[in-house]
Design a protein around this ligand. Structure first.
Ligand SMILES: NC(=O)c1ccc[n+]([C@@H]2O[C@H](COP(=O)([O-])OP(=O)(O)OC[C@H]3O[C@@H](n4cnc5c(N)ncnc54)[C@H](OP(=O)(O)O)[C@@H]3O)[C@@H](O)[C@H]2O)c1
Length: 326
């Protein structure tokens, strides 16, 4: 069958659509007919030469997939069920979703709520799971109902899903973006306000900025995360998931010791089974209030992946890219 394979052997890097047969790595694996996959920033990190994210010399890319169960020995995932599979080693250390067939361990497979189609599951994808997990973490920390929440990298996958989900849950998302020409689109998703990337840097002459945010969802990292920490309100938190600007964080302890703020780490790769179930249940509850179509940047087939992987690596996508594995 036609699959999108990434291979690097003896210093020779190749990626593209080839004939390949995915196979199970364990007798427990759930066999899934992939109807849709989706593109994440991580896929671009996997699909480049000398990647330190890819852990196999040769594999099918794609950290996300959604489809129908063809075979399963796991009682919780019956044959014929609509499921989503993401995270763990998928598309990193074992074959992923850029193929018509996927074998995934049961721990990475979730049955989809009735309100979420397999296509919409891939509009959500790892990006939306990250955004939902960020909201749950902020709520657990005490985010006040209806609060204004800052979202950085707002036009990207995590950012645009965060804006949409926060709005659907009754919050007031403020979208920070380097793509202010997308302001109308961000407002359509539910942003109450759109600000520039640099507008969150306030009072650079002081250790602390004015107390502005009741909560924040950050997938940018670097100086952006530092600026958020120094502008959180007393007792507020930021949920941090990404590093598109930088993996470095240079900051000081004043926000923590004088404003009691919290830095909450978000990870979807090793996320517990119970949190996965909770995240998809909450997504299922919000789905009827979400408008999925504006979140889709484009829908591509496997041949379109070369260009799309370059686009997401440059940080110039808007929302989500959906992949039909043909
Ligand atoms: N922890 C986890 O489990 C987890 C899960 C998913 C993703 N992530 C991470 O989250 C990050 C975002 O992933 P994604 O899939 O949403 O990526 P994406 O679709 O490419 O979105 C990233 C967005 O960040 C902004 N951006 C890009 N380059 C930037 C720069 N140099 N400085 C400041 N902002 C920049 C852009 O938005 P604007 O133009 O609107 O500013 C861009 O659209 C990545 O680092 C990814 O690895 C982590």
């Amino acid at each position: 069958m036609r699959c999108y394979l990434i291979s690097e052997q003896d210093g020779h890097f190749e990626r593209g659509v080839v004939d390949y047969e995915p196979s199970p790595t364990s007798s427990d694996d759930v066999e899934i007919e992939v109807e849709y996959s989706g593109l994440n920033f991580k896929d671009a990190l996997v699909a480049r030469p000398k990647s330190n994210v890819r852990r196999l010399p040769r594999l099918v890319g794609g950290v996300d997939a959604a489809g129908i169960v063809l075979n399963s020995t796991d009682a919780s995932v019956a044959v014929g069920t609509r499921v989503v599979a993401l995270g763990g080693d998928l598309g990193v250390r074992r074959d992923g979703g850029f193929a018509p067939l996927l074998f995934a361990p049961p721990s990475l497979v979730n049955v989809l709520p009735d309100s979420i189609s397999t296509r919409d599951a891939m509009v959500i994808g790892t990006a939306g799971v990250t955004a939902m997990a960020s909201i749950l973490a902020l709520e657990h920390h005490g985010l006040p109902a209806g609060a204004e929440v800052l979202v950085t990298g707002a036009t990207g996958g995590v950012g645009s899903l965060a804006v949409s989900l926060l709005h659907a849950r009754g919050y007031s998302p403020v979208a920070s973006t380097g793509s202010t020409h997308e302001s109308a689109w961000l407002r359509e998703l539910g942003a109450s306000e759109v600000i520039g990337r640099d507008d969150i840097a306030d009072r650079p002459d002081r250790m602390l900025a004015s107390e502005r945010w009741a909560g924040a969802i950050d997938c940018v990292g670097g100086d952006t995360l530092h600026q958020i920490l120094r502008s959180l309100r007393y007792g507020a938190a930021v949920a941090a998931s990404g590093l598109v600007a930088s993996a470095e964080l240079h900051t000081n302890v004043y926000p923590f010791i004088t404003r009691s703020v919290a830095l909450l780490g978000i990870d979807t790769v090793e996320m517990s089974a119970s949190l996965r179930v909770k995240v998809w249940r909450e997504l299922g509850n919000l789905a009827p209030r979400l408008n999925f179509d504006p979140l889709v940047d484009s829908t591509i087939d496997l041949q379109g992946l070369d260009g799309a992987l370059d686009t997401i690596a440059q940080g110039s996508t808007r929302g989500r890219i959906i992949v039909v594995p043909k």
